[in-house]
Ligand binder design. Structure first.
Ligand SMILES: Cc1cc2nc3c(=O)[nH]c(=O)nc-3n(C[C@H](O)[C@H](O)[C@H](O)COP(=O)(O)O)c2cc1C
Length: 411
């Protein structure tokens, strides 16, 4: 870079990234409005400010304009609901240089705690490009933070993350696992197993959604069938009975579908939250340990902060375990619903056979078509349930392996 091209230092510095190690974790603690209450040496050093310049200041003192407002809107929206939040954040140091972190922010007594690690995963590269595009759009289209947050969610959904929790789970697991590799540490089997659970849960949800969409597509078949059976007269009596039975069954399916979909979403959500909480508890454990040996900074009460970090890490360790055991319970509830669906599906299969026989006998084109629709729906249900059963088996097996791996870690 030719330094003479720059007229002043601030322009030159804004292009420069502050280096720091994967081993360096930083934290800061704020009050409920985001005013800095404490932090560690790494946080203070990389920010470039003295502690007296940081203490009591709003956290936007290190805000970088490259981060879309959407990110902070989402962050505060979640924090106010008491939800832990993970986000990629670009910060600006006092001299104008920048650095990227993956921040994990959790509610704590009297405010919030943010613990940050160095990101390096492929998701980080994607997010950098997304942030740059969104920050530009916010200015060009004068988007409100809420509108911009909605766009960010649409983009995340296009990238395969149905919810922000799913994005947080995948991104933090990726960052933490890759950091282990970079630090030549043994990677955590628990996180690897969560990495297997997440796609299985997504499969479960997709299959449940396909059944639900199939129902919507074919929901008028029984009524049509009944109308046409009526037009045929006496010969259509059997088809009329078939369509009435089919209707009763599909109404039962419809009544069950909402709960069924909801249970699949809950399984998927519990897995995402569990993965994020577990990685959070690992990062918090690490900072709680490393802080003990850190050089105290003037103005920060080392003993009080140490207690804070210990407390926070034990709270989140307990939360992580609660989510983990919760997965098994959610799976049980979902499986009960699958069994009910299976019962209804076998009813459909029986009606399908009767319908086929009758339509063959009658040989009326429109009835044949409607029976084919009935068959198509039954196929969707059958295929969806087969997929769900496979995903369910994988989930159950990986969940019990995960519980074992977790117990072995603690032993
Ligand atoms: C615990 C905690 C840590 C935060 N850390 C940062 C940070 O590192 N960088 C940042 O820009 N904002 C951080 N924020 C968010 C800021 O409070 C603020 O919302 C953000 O800088 C946007 O400021 P603005 O609305 O004035 O542009 C943090 C908030 C909390 C509660």
């Amino acid at each position: 870079m030719d330094v003479s091209e720059f007229h002043d230092h601030s322009q030159l510095y804004r292009e420069i990234e502050i280096p720091f190690d994967f081993a360096e974790i930083f934290f800061s603690r704020t009050d409920t409005r985001g005013k800095i209450q404490s932090g560690n040496e790494v946080f203070q050093r990389i920010s470039g400010y003295s502690w007296s310049e940081l203490a009591g200041k709003p956290h936007n003192i290190i805000r970088h304009e490259g981060v879309p407002r959407a990110v902070f809107w989402l962050l505060w929206d979640r924090l106010k609901q008491g939800l832990q939040t993970g986000a990629y954040v670009k910060n600006k140091s006092k001299d104008g240089r920048f650095y990227w972190v993956y921040a994990i922010i959790t509610p704590c007594e009297g405010g919030y705690l943010s613990v940050r690690i160095k990101p390096s995963s492929p998701i980080f590269g994607i997010v950098q490009a997304e942030y740059a595009a969104l920050a530009r759009m916010e200015i060009e289209e004068k988007l409100s933070p809420a509108e911009s947050a909605a766009r960010l969610m649409t983009r995340l959904s296009a990238l395969g993350f149905e919810t922000y929790d799913a994005f947080m789970a995948t991104s933090l697991s990726a960052e933490f696992s890759l950091r282990d590799v970079n630090l030549q540490k043994q990677s955590r089997q628990t996180l690897a197993l969560y990495g297997r659970l997440m796609p299985s849960a997504a499969r479960l949800l997709t299959a449940a959604q396909q059944i639900s969409e199939g129902y919507l597509t074919y929901r008028f078949v029984p009524l049509n069938l009944l109308v046409h059976a009526g037009q045929i007269g006496e010969a259509g009596a059997a088809i009329a009975t078939i369509s009435t039975n089919y209707n009763t069954l599909s109404e039962e399916i419809e009544r069950g579908l909402d709960g069924f979909l909801q249970a699949a979403r809950t399984v998927s959500h519990t897995i995402s939250v569990g993965a994020f909480l577990l990685a959070t508890s690992y990062v918090q454990r690490e900072i709680a340990c490393s802080f003990r040996d850190e050089v105290p900074i003037e103005g920060v009460d080392h003993a009080t902060e140490k207690n804070f970090l210990d407390q926070q890490q034990s709270t989140y360790q307990a939360e992580a375990l609660k989510s983990l055991t919760g997965i098994e319970d959610e799976l049980k509830i979902f499986f009960q619903m699958v069994s009910e669906m299976k019962r209804l599906a076998s009813g459909l299969a029986a009606i399908r056979i009767m319908g086929k026989v009758e339509s063959g006998r009658l040989s009326v084109a429109v009835v044949n078509d409607l029976i084919m629709d009935l068959e198509a729906f039954q196929d969707i249900v059958q295929r969806g349930l087969a997929d769900i059963l496979q995903a369910n088996d994988a989930l159950r097996m990986d969940t019990s392996r995960l519980l074992e791996a977790y117990a072995a870690e603690d032993a």
